[in-house]
Design a protein around this ligand. Structure first.
Ligand SMILES: C[S@@+](CC[C@H](N)C(=O)[O-])C[C@H]1O[C@@H](n2cnc3c(N)ncnc32)[C@H](O)[C@@H]1O
Length: 315
């Protein structure tokens, strides 16, 4: 009789405090009775991925949004003002979060951080800017929205150039679009032989070019520009756990062969990245007399560095 009553009470408690259908399922499928028998590797496998949120295999968009959200929360007032001034940022339906009432995406978050760095060291109002490798044109858009530049010239490969033309035509008003000059890389010397620029910008692009092409560009910059802003990786990595080498072996081999900085490093080791940053600063100096004005880690990517140089003629 007593035993029956105790059992009934235990049954009630189980009903009262028992697991949801969701947790019943997890215990059946992931955190099974066997889970505690072998702890080797459980922190980076199915067991822990049901105890934490961060299964990297299935949470790509969650990670991206978390990263954007965290970066946005750390922007200072000047960065927010820069971001706010960039109208039409949602063209092309980016993946975005909303913080402080503003839609925020990774493209323009990076753009305001880069612009903050550049504008601390170079006067952009009235400047003639040359950008090599502009992608769809986010940097051009961010600069024109925040500064009254005299002209913004983009040099790129044909298809990327047409993408930038189409995007900027939609994103910019007529007055700003008139300041944009789009130039095929193949026509660079012929078209810009006599031109002079206050600033040349290269973001995430020299590292993807053949080494000789980068040297050609640096020579051109040395002869035609007063400042250079570079933001690129400090080296290469070879770690399939990061991206599953999704592009295939051939693409990995191509990626390893581009750029001036081809040392394979642990890109998530801050000491290795910092050590390699010295080679970065030296590799992108356009000519021996150019002065490094500033250089720093370029968040959020662990292995990106940024540097600003000035031609010796200014000193
Ligand atoms: C990874 S994307 C970066 C785009 C942009 N800077 C950004 O950060 O969003 C690399 C860019 O470099 C350009 N590019 C690659 N090789 C080039 C070359 N030889 N001359 C000029 N641009 C080049 C690509 O077409 C592309 O626009």
């Amino acid at each position: 009789m007593l035993r029956a009553r105790v059992c009934a009470q235990i049954g009630d408690m189980a009903d009262k405090y028992g697991g949801s259908a969701l947790w019943e399922t997890y215990h059946r499928t992931r955190i099974t009775v066997d889970a505690s028998r072998d702890l080797s590797g459980f922190r980076s496998g199915d067991v822990n991925f049901k105890l934490g949120l961060w299964d990297p295999g299935t949470n790509g968009v969650r990670y991206l949004k978390s990263l954007i959200y965290n970066l946005a929360e750390r922007l200072d007032e000047a960065d927010w003002a820069r971001l706010h001034r960039i109208r039409n940022r949602r063209t092309g339906r980016p993946i975005e979060v909303r913080t402080h009432g503003e839609p925020v995406c990774m493209d323009y978050l990076q753009a305001v951080l880069e612009l903050g760095f550049m504008s601390r060291h170079v006067v952009l109002d009235g400047a003639a800017v040359l950008e090599v490798g502009a992608g769809f044109g986010r940097t051009c858009h961010a600069v024109l929205a925040n500064h009254d530049v005299a002209e913004y010239c983009i040099v790129d490969l044909d298809n990327s150039l047409e993408l930038a033309r189409a995007y900027l035509r939609q994103a910019l008003d007529d007055e700003d679009f008139m300041k944009v000059r789009l130039m095929r890389a193949a026509d660079l010397e012929q078209a810009l032989g006599e031109s002079r620029f206050d600033l040349c910008v290269n973001i995430d692009s020299f590292a993807e070019m053949d080494p000789d092409i980068v040297r050609d560009y640096l020579r051109f910059i040395a002869g035609h520009c007063r400042h250079l802003y570079v933001k690129n990786p400090v080296g290469k990595y070879f770690d399939p756990s990061l991206d599953g080498h999704a592009g295939g072996r051939e693409l990995v081999a191509m990626a390893l062969s581009t750029g001036l900085l081809r040392d394979v490093i642990d890109i998530h080791d801050s000491d290795a990245v910092r050590e390699q940053s010295t080679a970065f600063v030296s590799a992108y100096r356009p000519a021996p007399g150019w002065a490094r004005i500033a250089d720093a880690w370029a968040p959020p990517w662990s292995y990106y560095w940024q540097a600003l140089y000035r031609a010796d003629t200014d000193e």
